[in-house]
Design a protein around this ligand. Structure first.
Ligand code: PLP
Length: 377
């Protein structure tokens, strides 16, 4: 059993993927070819956003958004403590200070009450200037944007949606990557919509930011490639990667999202009472980047992971450490008591095999082995 079976996906979609890649090999427009433009139009339409700007990866996408907003030294940017490192790294990379916020244990997403408290604390301290919130759609489920928007409106902050794991998810009739003032995603192979290397994109309704982002991602270009009007990056999506994404997209939107949701329902029904299963809020739709359960404590989790491994069932720990306690952030002093839920999650979460090509009998086997583990201990 594979944790995320990209080989099987390739076998199923092979003819379309090969054909699309071959188009690029034949016309040799490897950089900024027509497939890139075609993909941007398709993804803008899917998310309901006016502009889609592709770039090199999901981390660059976050950094580009913060650069476009001129966020830097002295600015506070709020980010959940339970996420992939890149969500906070991009903030530090532009010189701003990440202010970590605890998450809700049931959904793994940012705790809106704690977010409000963190913003008010920054204002009271008076050393940093609150500028933006990076909200993460962790494991595929959109963050609580109603509550987050209230706060960003109240305090005049910008909202950056890190939809690296959320692409394909939805809430309140809106798709992920449409909730931020700028939203970003990643096409890293294991993400819900993945290419065959690195890739990323930004989404916005704002014409001005669209122009700015398109300049920033190509060396701060002006009217032409050799007129440079600002300091930027070199962050483009390869045409071959755009071709792969074009070949995969229809299956992703029409079939793969349905499959992962069926699998999640099977898991949740079968695992009831055995482990704590993930909660998808009423009216929310997850793209199931991960199916993550919670155990009683670290010992139980270690035991289960070992037991599954013996039966050739892979599982992963996303994430083993809060971002605030990573060595890279050791220069800043944080109080562990502010992150009780994140710390508990880091000790108790376990992600199970999840991908659109997982067979029903495989899901049943995982459930059966977890039941066995519970009975033998
Ligand atoms: C994967 C990921 C990123 C970074 O994307 P890359 O394409 O790997 O740079 C950022 N944020 C989150 C939440 C992610 O899961």
């Amino acid at each position: 059993m594979e944790f995320r079976d990209l080989k099987k996906q390739y076998r199923v979609l092979r003819s379309e993927i090969d054909q699309r890649i071959q188009e690029v090999l034949s016309n040799t427009a490897f950089i900024q070819g027509s497939h890139v433009t075609e993909l941007e139009a398709l993804l803008a339409d899917y998310t309901g956003m006016k502009h889609c700007i592709t770039c090199g990866n999901g981390t660059d996408a976050l950094q580009l958004a913060l650069m476009a907003w001129g966020i830097g030294e002295g600015d506070a940017v709020y980010v959940p403590d339970f996420t992939f490192f890149a969500s906070a790294e991009a903030i530090a990379m532009v010189g701003a200070t990440p202010v970590f916020v605890d998450v809700r244990k049931e959904t793994f997403n940012i705790d809106v009450d704690q977010l409000g408290r963190a913003i008010r604390k920054t204002l009271k301290d008076g050393t940093l200037n609150p500028r933006a919130v990076v909200a993460v759609d962790l494991f595929g489920q959109p963050a609580e944007y109603d509550g987050i928007r209230e706060l960003t409106n109240q305090y005049g902050l910008l909202l950056l949606e890190d939809g690296a794991q959320g692409f394909g998810g939805a809430a309140g009739g809106r798709r992920c990557c449409s909730f931020g003032d700028i939203s970003t995603t990643s096409f890293f192979p294991a993400k819900p919509l993945g290419c065959y290397g690195d890739g990323g994109a930004l989404f916005t309704d704002c014409d001005e930011w669209n122009e700015l982002l398109r300049s920033l991602k190509v060396h701060g270009k002006g009217d032409s490639k050799y007129k440079n009007v600002r300091i930027g990056m070199n962050s483009r999506l390869d045409t071959i990667q755009a071709a792969v994404l074009l070949a995969k997209f229809r299956h992703f939107a029409e079939a793969e999202l349905k499959s992962v949701n069926l699998i999640a329902d099977l898991y949740t029904a079968g695992l009831a009472g055995l482990v704590r299963t993930p909660v998808v809020k009423q009216g929310y739709y997850s793209s199931w980047a991960q199916y993550t359960v919670r155990l009683k404590d670290a010992q139980e989790r270690e035991g289960l992971q070992k037991y599954l491994k013996k039966q050739n069932i892979p599982s992963m720990i996303y994430y083993p450490e809060p971002v605030h306690s990573q060595k890279a952030f050791a220069v800043v002093r944080y109080d562990d008591r502010d992150f009780a839920s994140t710390i508990e999650l880091c000790h108790t979460v376990l992600s199970l095999p999840m991908h659109p090509y997982l067979e029903e009998w495989e899901v049943e086997e995982v459930i059966a082995k977890i039941r066995e583990y519970n009975e033998q201990k």
